[in-house]
Design a protein around this ligand. Structure first.
Ligand code: UD1
Ligand code: CA
Length: 450
């Protein structure tokens, strides 16, 4: 069975109190919409249709970055969930498979839940995902007769008796696409909210004598995000889960609660992560590395045996080979650091390559930006870069070369050569004493006047 995903993401998310569309708010540094798309990807959908409204262009950009083929359809006015799904009709014209409806603001959904919904479809025309609610609050209630779902009644429209039902609607639904559109054609908006409710398709399907059922999942999977507080709580749940997974995989987290992970962080066995480390998106750390306290990593790769930090910053494109050392207050961006190289203190290495076993002295800077363009610095193997060397890119330092402390390197340095580019030192005997006396006298005159 081929499937199509339709992800509803048009809602304004008023309670987020934000200029950013709700579904673009990140959890573990990945937009909620992407969490939903990744959960849905287990179905290998033939189409992914995203119904956008507020901030449509921004949402489309993020969706396409994740999946080039994502189809975006704009719901100009948010007239209800059935109206939202109807916007996907032209994107799915001629599509004969199943459609699965997801919400863009429900990031906890587990892939196997979707698989169970698809399985349930074999004996049913329409499948709804429900859950037993600890506090059913304002959720739609599922009115069941045995395994048959008779109808869904929205809280606002429910009688007291219906409100006592605790089996609730998650909003997820699976159905043949063309059948769903034909059911939606019959949905009206004569209800307490004046909206076109997607939930009405259940009763319409039953009237047509179709089989409808509900599959249950645990409530945690269906939790939506409606406010910043929900977002923070959702992030905390993701962090707790991700930390527990790393611990299970044999990673040492000295103070787990202080390590902030991204949804895609990968860390190998026997790596040690000290307190207060932040992982942005796209980080992989191999086995047996050490990430020391207060380091910040994003879009980078750290190989076996490397030691990073404390207080190091690895930015996108930082590639650290085995047994490298990156120490305190060192920033590395778009640079390959070969095996055993050391950059231990106070340096910026950007748009560069550093050869094996090279030592970069404290305060070294690759001057990679001329104000308009970025340029590359190439440093060979077994090089000794003296402290406070400025490498003005584009520039190459050959294997086995040395730069003297304080050198501004503007021309290539041959292998095994020493580059020295600094003013000659001159010592003036007794001058310091004279200068001090002069300055003290000046200050005394000024203090007297005041
Ligand atoms: C909906 C369900 C309710 C269920 C609950 C679960 C209906 C009528 N009700 O209620 O039974 O218990 O979700 O959370 O479906 N959206 C659009 N366009 C619209 C309206 C909504 O894209 O015109 C999107 C929203 O962005 C959101 C999702 O659809 O992602 C759900 O909409 P929302 O207004 O939150 O529905 P609820 O009233 O919570
Ligand atoms: Ca909602």
């Amino acid at each position: 069975m081929t499937t199509a995903l339709v992800i509803l993401a048009a809602g304004k998310g008023t309670r987020m109190n934000s200029d950013l569309p709700k579904v673009l708010h990140p959890i573990a540094q990945v937009p909620m919409l992407i969490h939903a798309m990744r959960a849905g990807s287990v179905l290998s959908p033939e189409h992914t249709v995203i119904v956008t409204g507020h901030g449509s262009e921004a949402v489309a950009k993020v969706a396409r970055a994740e999946d080039e083929g994502a189809q975006i359809t704009v719901q100009e006015d948010q007239l209800g969930t059935a109206h939202a799904v109807a916007q996907a009709r032209s994107a799915l014209s001629g599509f004969e498979g199943d459609v699965v409806i997801l919400y863009g603001d429900t990031p906890f959904l587990q892939p196997d839940t979707l698989e169970r919904m698809i399985e349930a479809r074999s004996g049913n025309d329409l499948v709804i995902l429900g859950f037993e609610a600890a506090d059913p609050a304002r959720y739609g209630r599922l009115v069941m007769t045995g395994d048959v779902l008779e109808r869904i009644v929205e809280f606002k429209d429910a009688s007291d008796e219906e409100r006592s039902i605790t089996f609730c609607n998650s909003g997820l639904l699976a159905c043949n696409a063309q059948l769903l559109f034909s059911l939606i054609d019959e949905v009206g908006n004569d209800n307490a909210s004046g909206e076109y409710y997607l939930t009405d398709v259940v009763e319409i399907a039953r009237r047509r004598g179709l089989n409808v059922t509900a599959v249950a999942c645990d409530e945690a999977q269906t939790l939506g995000v409606n406010s910043r507080a929900d977002l923070a709580a959702a992030d905390a749940v993701f962090q707790a889960r991700a930390r527990a997974e790393l611990l299970d995989l044999g990673v040492t987290l000295m103070a787990p609660d202080t390590v902030y992970l991204a949804a895609d962080t990968v860390v190998g066995r026997d790596t040690v992560i000290e307190p207060n480390v932040v992982f942005g998106p796209g980080v992989t750390v191999e086995s047996g590395a050490t990430i020391r306290a207060f380091s910040h990593l994003e879009g980078c790769h750290v190989s076996r045996g490397a030691v990073v930090g404390p207080y190091a910053r690895l930015r996108p494109g930082a590639e650290l080979a085995e047994n490298t050392r990156v120490g305190n207050f060192v920033e590395i961006k778009n640079a390959e650091i070969a095996e055993g190289a050391k950059i231990n203190h106070l340096s910026y290495i950007g748009d560069a390559s550093v050869g094996a076993a090279t030592n970069i002295g404290a305060g070294t800077i690759t001057c990679n930006y001329d104000g308009v363009m970025k340029h590359k610095t190439t440093i060979g193997e077994n090089v000794f870069v003296g402290s406070n060397t400025m490498l003005v890119a584009p520039v190459t330092v050959g294997d086995g070369a040395m730069t003297a402390t304080g050198t501004v390197v503007t021309r290539d340095v041959d292998p095994d050569a020493l580059a020295v580019a600094r003013a000659k030192q001159e010592n003036k005997p007794g001058y310091a004493r004279k200068l001090f006396d002069m300055l003290k006298a000046k200050k005394a005159r000024r203090d007297k006047k005041a």
